[in-house]
Design a protein around this ligand. Structure first.
Ligand code: PMP
Length: 353
């Protein structure tokens, strides 16, 4: 605390990102990174960026990236907003679209950045409990007066997806509120709401390159929605940081979309490992929620999750454990490569014997 802090800063409880320890040989299954490297085409494209290009400011509109994304996803460039990771894209959505007099709604078990942003941007919010099956129940959001709704689909850290039809029901029930669907994990088997953006001008779909495209270190995310929603976000961006995307990130991100075969192969490998790990943990007695992401959320019937997380850590494997009372019996385990998955399961077998 410093006397120089503003009153706002004094009230903030910042987000604590998952640990990023620099320990050699550590098996890192705690922040849902992709265990595979990005496509070699990404590295080549970044190497090809010239010194002279780096001397110059980047394109403030990131047109090359927007064109690539537009072509791939079947939308127009003016229906796309790009930023430094989806966390930054979400920040622009909060500032531009989610600050209203009625409270913002989001699940009580969800991505923990949402309440942090709401507090930072002075947005009143209400947390809506998940149902007994740990699912988002659309009926709980449909009839409430609100200034916007945000949730991940699939949800995090549960991994449970919502069917597209449920999202459409919500869009119909709440035509005057912006609904942000955070699709950070959708490529691992969720159903995207993207086909609905033309029909519902209040829908914003947010994506990231951090998970399915192995580029968490590059910081690239984007949103797709009605051109008027995007224009609102661009206004905030141009009033705040008019050059969010650097030239290396644009080159790498464009190249990632140029190697679709690689992308599909790695996503499939992760999905296969997830299904195998789910079965193996069930055989050890764990309850595993039905994940459509690159992580699983699992709990043991008797041994406390905190104890298991500590036991794994002693053996150089890190997973995520949350202190929230409703989920403190669970471990969130990112899907690693087959060897890492095998070691994780072997170690949990040992710890639960
Ligand atoms: N949304 C959700 C649901 C996430 O889990 C994450 C990753 N922690 C993000 C957004 C942010 O990802 P990034 O900023 O790396 O794109």
């Amino acid at each position: 605390m410093s006397q120089f802090w503003s009153p706002l800063v004094r009230t903030l409880t910042p987000y604590v990102p998952g640990e990023q320890p620099k320990i050699a040989g550590l098996i890192k299954l705690n922040t849902n990174e992709n265990p595979y490297p990005p496509s070699p085409a990404v590295m080549a494209a970044m190497h090809a960026v010239s010194a002279d290009a780096l001397r110059l400011y980047p394109d403030p509109d990131s047109s090359a990236l927007k064109q690539t994304l537009a072509g791939y996803h079947g939308v127009q460039p003016n229906e796309i907003f790009v930023g430094n990771g989806s966390d930054e894209v979400l920040a622009f959505a909060f500032m531009a679209l989610l600050k209203h007099s009625a409270p913002l709604l989001f699940p009580d078990i969800t991505y923990s950045f949402y309440p942090v942003y709401a507090n930072l941007f002075g947005i009143d919010y209400e947390e809506v409990p998940l149902n007994d099956a740990m699912e988002i129940d659309i009926a709980d959001y449909a009839k409430r007066e609100c200034g916007g709704i945000i949730f991940p689909n699939p949800n995090a850290p549960t991994g449970i997806p919502l069917p597209l039809q449920k999202i459409e029901e919500l869009l119909i029930a709440q035509p005057n509120a912006v609904i942000v669907v955070d699709e950070a994990y959708v490529d691992f088997g969720g159903e995207t709401a993207l086909p609905l953006i033309r029909k519902y001008p209040n829908l914003l779909v947010v994506r990231t390159f951090s998970k399915s495209r192995s580029l968490a270190g590059l910081r690239v995310g984007f949103a797709m929605g009605n051109a008027a929603l995007i224009e609102g976000m661009e206004r905030v961006k141009n009033s705040f940081n008019s050059y969010p995307m650097d030239r290396l990130a644009v080159a790498g991100a464009v190249a990632s979309y140029g190697d679709d075969a690689y992308f599909r192969e790695k996503v499939q490998a992760i999905v296969d490992s997830r299904e195998q790990m789910t079965q193996e943990l069930q055989q050890l007695g764990f309850t595993v929620l039905p994940s459509r992401t690159n992580f699983i959320f699992a709990r043991h019937p008797t041994i406390p999750a905190e104890q298991l997380a500590a036991g794994l850590r002693e053996r150089a494997i890190i997973v995520r454990h949350f202190k929230h009372p409703r989920i403190d019996q669970y471990l969130r385990i990112s899907i690693g490569n087959p060897e890492e998955c095998k070691l994780l399961v072997q170690t949990l077998a040992l710890l639960t014997r």
